[in-house]
Design a protein around this ligand. Structure first.
Ligand code: ATR
Length: 279
């Protein structure tokens, strides 16, 4: 019996650097789904036509990345709760009737990677999120689903952190001044960098970890390089660290489950492929 080829994609602009095809094609091969996942460059002014084409051509669904994560909203018929709270969609499922359901798996991806990397991460203490862009909002949403006392957020532009706390915090988020971030480290069981600092070509994030408790976990969502200066400093202090590649993998796994109903994960073969690709 011939199986219909399954198709999925990631749309963005620019898109050539995306690691998602490597990840999803690995999983398709692994679970025996015949088909392909491609990176599709969709210019901002061609979003409607780009989406229509994917629906018309029978795609099961697609990921959405910069700069379309918010712009896609008008094309979505049904929005899952986390996507609504994010105000952004990273995963779209094309339903049988051609309508689109929007999800956001970024926060879940972040937390799943944390839980699988450090199962005994200190949940009895607050987390500290640095940054207040889309990734910070996703991190906060994911962490607020956990049983943490509260989530602290600190950003150079304080107003943006306040907006996130107000939108999604429900009294469980506090804003820390950027210049006070070092003192917040002492109280935190988890420190998450969601800023672009530490990325190749960017200055490092300046964060003093000397007051961190010995069980503090330091998580950097930057994955180029895999070991950022922040993670190197944490490791040098004997702190447990989590790198950003797994968040990408786990948000992808959640999308894969939505489209194809299959459970996939971050196996060693995938890790080897990805580490080679980002070198
Ligand atoms: P994303 O949506 O992927 O999270 P973003 O919206 O561009 O990305 O957010 C980048 C984050 O890095 C922001 O929190 C930004 O701080 P501002 O809101 O003050 O701009 C932070 N960031 C970037 N460069 C920074 C720097 N030199 N010092 C401190 N924070 C910086």
């Amino acid at each position: 019996m011939t199986q219909t080829l399954k198709k999925a994609a990631v749309i963005g602009w620019p898109i050539f650097h995306s690691l998602s095809p490597l990840i999803h094609n690995h999983w398709m091969h692994e679970v025996g789904i015949e088909g392909a996942y491609e990176a599709v460059a969709v210019e901002p002014e061609n979003l409607a036509a780009g989406v229509q084409r994917l629906v018309a051509e029978g795609y099961s669904g697609f990921n959405v990345t910069v700069p379309h994560k918010e712009k896609i909203l008008p094309y979505i018929t049904k929005l899952a709760p986390l996507a609504r709270q994010m105000g952004a969609v990273n995963t779209v499922k094309v339903e049988a009737d051609g309508t689109l359901t929007g999800f956001n798996t970024d926060g879940i991806g972040l937390v799943t990677h944390l839980k699988t990397s450090v199962p005994d991460w200190p949940k009895d203490k607050p987390a500290l999120i640095l940054g207040a862009g889309g990734a910070a909002r996703a991190a906060a949403l994911g962490l607020l689903l956990e049983d943490l006392p509260f989530v602290m957020i600190s950003n150079r532009t304080r107003l943006k952190a306040e907006k996130i706390a107000e939108d999604i915090g429900r009294g469980r988020m506090t804003v820390v001044d950027w210049q006070d971030r070092n003192s917040a480290v002492a109280a935190a069981g988890l420190v998450v960098n969601t800023t672009t600092l530490g990325m190749v070509g960017q200055p490092p994030l300046e964060l003093d970890l000397s007051a961190a408790a010995s069980d503090t976990v330091v998580y950097d969502i930057v994955y180029k390089p895999l070991e950022t200066p922040l993670l190197a400093a944490a490791r040098a202090r004997g702190l447990r660290t989590v790198d950003g590649l797994g968040m990408l993998v786990h948000q992808g796994a959640a999308a894969f489950k939505i489209w194809f109903g299959e459970d996939v994960g971050y196996d060693d073969a995938l890790k080897t492929l990805l580490e080679a690709a980002i070198k």
